[in-house]
Design a protein around this ligand. Structure first.
Ligand SMILES: C[S@@+](CC[C@H](N)C(=O)[O-])C[C@H]1O[C@@H](n2cnc3c(N)ncnc32)[C@H](O)[C@@H]1O
Length: 256
């Protein structure tokens, strides 16, 4: 039975964005389990591998096991109930894939999960680790925070995420249009494959958008401006970037 699971927030791929605590945790791991999401996201697996080489080097022997990610259905075509059920099935398949590996590891091993950004933001690792406790536990769990995309977005634009004494609402592209109201305060949008904020332009043309893609990486791109004025450029730019890199991860802030 394994002894420990380290859940390590690694920022967005740049070693400069890894905390001292996270770097120390990397050096305690015997086996890293990394989801392999196919060719389009191979860059992200490589970024994780490079971080391990950078921080661990020869100081501690470790293995890096890529676990093929179970196929996930077409989220965009699902309503919220079907989406929730689809995600739950996908988690169950992921847990089974990880458990099959963990159960074969030497007694007392430390397993590491490298979480993009921070484990607290739209990441299923901690839910998966909880489920693994049931199938392959008991083991100790240690969580190390990382720099998340919203934090980097704010830093790169040199802005705070909130205005004085007001709220910050964090949501997904899927939920944005149905729940948007200026009363929410500043809204951070993640997991938006289609720039859903386009559908807010008619009613809220004066929103300011602060947008960033590939934050923290060599391909980082930033744009900001009045939503009604920049949205067409952003839609075209996002499509171009996706074409060029095979994937795009972007986050934005909408400020009334
Ligand atoms: C599954 S969530 C993971 C979030 C991550 N745990 C974090 O703390 O930022 C993926 C979403 O995070 C945002 N994201 C992650 N990496 C990013 C990056 N380098 N640049 C911009 N947005 C990013 C995007 O909104 C993307 O759709």
């Amino acid at each position: 039975m394994i002894s420990t699971v380290q859940v390590i927030g690694i920022g967005t791929g740049d070693p400069g964005l890894v905390t001292y605590e996270a770097a120390a945790a990397l050096r305690e791991v015997d086996v890293f389990l990394v989801a392999d999401k196919g060719d389009a996201k191979a860059d992200l697996v490589e970024a994780r591998r490079a971080l391990c080489e950078h921080f661990i080097g020869d100081s501690h022997p470790y293995r890096f096991i890529e676990v093929p990610d179970p196929k996930r259905g077409p989220d965009a075509e699902r309503d919220s109930t079907a989406y929730g059920a689809g995600v739950r099935d996908w988690h169950a398949a992921r847990v089974a894939a990880y458990a099959a590996i963990i159960d074969q590891l030497p007694e007392g091993s430390t397993v590491g999960f490298l979480v993009w950004g921070d484990p607290a933001f739209y990441d299923s690792t901690l839910r998966i680790v909880d489920a693994l406790r049931e199938t392959s536990g008991p083991f100790e769990v240690r969580v190390h925070p990382g720099i998340s995309a919203p934090q980097l977005l704010a830093a790169r634009h040199a802005i705070p995420l909130n205005r004085i004494g007001t709220s910050i609402h964090v949501t997904t592209g899927r939920r944005l249009v149905q729940e948007y109201s200026p009363d929410l305060g500043d809204v951070v949008v993640m997991l938006d494959g289609h720039l859903a904020c386009r559908d807010l332009v008619d009613q809220h043309p004066d929103l300011t958008i602060y947008w960033g893609a590939y934050l923290g990486g060599p391909a980082e791109v930033l744009r900001s401006g009045r939503l009604a004025e920049v949205i067409d450029e952003l839609v075209a730019l996002r499509a171009e970037l996706r074409e060029q890199h095979g994937w795009v991860m972007d986050t934005y802030l909408l400020r009334p």
